[in-house]
Design a protein around this ligand. Structure first.
Ligand code: SME
Length: 159
């Protein structure tokens, strides 16, 4: 099994072991940051109407605890309803800085799934290494987002 596949299994187990949605999100960000050396900051934003609100995270506190849907890389991923990978955040005019050490970022929407196609939230990962994220990270985090979507739907989250 590749490292990414092992990490996905570990996240799945962690989510299954938690009975509430907040604990499942906390466990998710913890496992991802523990197991993936390039994942310097890992957080989950929850979508409330026109805003992304920061939920569980690991890493330095971010000034961006509320992001309007049109702003930042996070806002762009939510508006486009698709994963965005940025190899060099300082070259991207959309970027909202969290830490001066951040070099690259991946944002993966957590979609409600059919029949609705709503954004429930997002997984946001920052790295202190340039171009740290590739297709294996996209695949891992999109699977994690699907697991979280199931858990959030079961919990009627966000309330
Ligand atoms: N960089 C994000 C903001 C969130 S912080 O990285 C935690 C963005 O550009 O939307």
């Amino acid at each position: 099994m590749t490292n990414h596949a092992e990490v996905l299994e570990q996240v799945r187990s962690a989510i299954a072991a938690e009975s509430d949605a907040t604990a499942a999100m906390e466990a998710t960000v913890r496992v991802l940051q523990d197991r993936m050396p390039d994942y310097s900051w890992v957080g989950i934003y929850i979508c409330y109407s026109n805003e992304l609100v920061l939920g569980p995270f690991v890493g330095k506190p971010s000034p961006h605890t509320r992001i309007p849907l049109g702003r930042g890389i996070c806002g762009a991923a939510a508006t486009e309803k698709q994963t965005i990978i940025v190899d060099d955040v300082n070259a991207d005019p959309r970027y909202l800085a969290c830490s001066t050490e951040t070099c690259s970022e991946i944002v993966v929407p957590i979609m409600s799934g059919p029949p609705a196609n709503d954004v429930l939230g997002e997984i946001d990962v920052d790295s202190d290494r340039p171009a740290a994220f590739g297709e294996a990270d996209r695949e891992l985090l999109e699977h994690v987002a699907a697991c979280l979507a199931t858990r959030l739907r079961e919990s009627s989250w966000p309330a």
